[in-house]
Design a protein around this ligand. Structure first.
Ligand code: PLP
Length: 419
């Protein structure tokens, strides 16, 4: 520990190159599956082939009746909100602290996002949700931030007592569970992203889950091809006459992305097991270090660890700014440590303060949000640093733990002399 910090010219603790946690993992099986799809079909507009295979496997994995794959998580959320019939004058309770696509599709439907602050894990706080319900509330949306399950049983109970819908944005939390039940199955409908390095990744993509046939047909009408709608929506369904056009949007998933996702899904539980072990190890090693708080996850929750989000406590490190801490860690070779720009408190986005230049005809009484209105989310966001958790690299994790200890031990050298 006596060597100087790498940021001051000392030797770095971790020496592996970026990306240190490549995700999604791509092996020869992935390459074979995607190549085979390339030669079999690159357009699958119906519920056939790789699309049917992936949807059936998703439904089985989550234990739900219906799954629909989409081009993105945003498209999945848009389809879910549209299926619920959310529209002018409806209020939808949304986490203040989430990625903006959790809420932005509501602007397109003219349903008002009502932001609610977070709890001690960064997820929407059920007590504040209950306080925000009005006669106009039609739905509650929950994100399981960074893959740590929200208090979704309490939210399901609130939704039931008030006769409103619960929507899960599971984009960070594929395979996470509460009491052995996977998140994405607690609400009336769930939407997931499979974009980028999400726990289940298709590169780009998303899906919707529901047990409700009517919601399923409406998701199809919002997102899928006319031929598929015609072959699946019953003759006596009230919206059957719209099968050719649906709402006119095309949110289908690309078959090559579906082939990538199917291979990832078959490995997901095994990889999440590895991640959970390494995240638990990192948490136990970092707990108690000055200046850092680790997430205290309830025993019944099994996170997906999209990232391990730590809270920086600058007051315990002589006011050391989070960016200086991260720069020092990255210099030590912790290349998967970040101060994320998204998710971010939604009230800090110009769209949530002054939407009219992009959406000129929003209904009367559209809410406007300003920085400072959601103190818990804003404080949390300012002080969050994330670590991408590997599923199979304990050596990297050991290196990160040593680097955190080194940087925190030497933190005073990162703070300039008093003026
Ligand atoms: C919580 C959350 N919801 C929705 C989305 C949107 O997903 P996509 O980028 O696939 O449209 C994201 C993307 O990062 C997200 O983090």
């Amino acid at each position: 520990m006596s060597s100087p910090l790498a940021i001051h010219g000392g030797p770095p603790v971790v020496r592996s190159a970026a990306p240190q946690v490549p995700w999604p993992p791509v092996d020869i099986n992935t390459a074979v599956a995607v190549t085979a799809q390339l030669y079999s079909a690159v357009s699958v507009p119906g519920r056939t082939g790789i699309v049917a295979e992936l949807e059936s496997r998703l439904a089985e994995f989550f234990g739900v009746r219906r799954a629909v794959v989409t081009s993105s998580g945003t498209a999945a959320l848009h389809s879910a909100y549209s299926a619920l019939g959310l529209t002018d004058g409806d209020e939808v309770i949304v986490p203040a602290y989430t990625a903006h696509p959790t809420a932005t599709p509501l602007f397109h439907l003219r349903a008002k996002p009502v932001l609610v602050d977070c709890d001690e894990l960064g997820n929407i706080d059920p007590l504040q949700v209950e306080a925000a319900i009005t006669p106009f509330t039609k739905a509650i949306v929950v994100t399981h931030l960074w893959g740590v399950p929200a208090r979704v049983e309490a939210l399901a109970d609130i939704a039931e007592r008030h006769g409103i819908r619960l929507v899960e944005d599971g984009s960070h939390a594929h395979g996470a569970a509460v009491g052995g039940r996977r998140v994405g199955t607690f609400g009336h409908i769930a939407a997931f992203s499979m974009g980028g390095a999400k726990p289940l990744s298709a590169g780009e993509g998303g899906f919707v889950l529901t047990d409700d046939d009517d919601l399923y047909y409406r998701v199809l009408l919002h997102s899928q091809d006319g031929g598929r709608c015609r072959s699946e929506i019953p003759i006596d369904h009230p919206l059957r006459r719209y099968v050719v056009t649906g709402t006119g949007l095309a949110h289908r998933m690309h078959p090559l992305a579906a082939a990538l996702a199917l291979g990832q899904l078959n490995e997901l539980d095994r990889r999440l097991g590895g991640r959970r072990q390494l995240a638990a190890h990192m948490i136990s090693e970092l707990r108690g270090l000055p200046g850092i708080s680790v997430p205290e996850v309830p025993a019944r929750s099994a996170p997906a660890w999209y990232a391990l989000a730590l809270l920086h406590r600058p007051e315990d490190l002589g006011g050391l700014p989070v960016d200086a801490l991260i720069a020092a860690l990255r210099a030590e070779g912790c290349l998967e440590v970040d101060h994320p720009r998204a998710p971010r408190p939604l009230n800090e986005h110009p769209l949530f303060d002054a939407p009219n230049r992009l959406f000129p005809n929003l209904p009367e009484g559209w809410p406007r949000y300003r920085a400072g209105q959601y103190p818990r989310s804003e404080r949390r966001h300012r002080n969050t640093l994330t670590i991408t958790v590997p599923h199979d690299d304990p050596e990297l994790v050991e290196g990160y733990v040593r680097a955190f200890r080194k940087v925190i031990t030497h933190h005073r050298t990162l703070i300039g002399p008093d003026p």
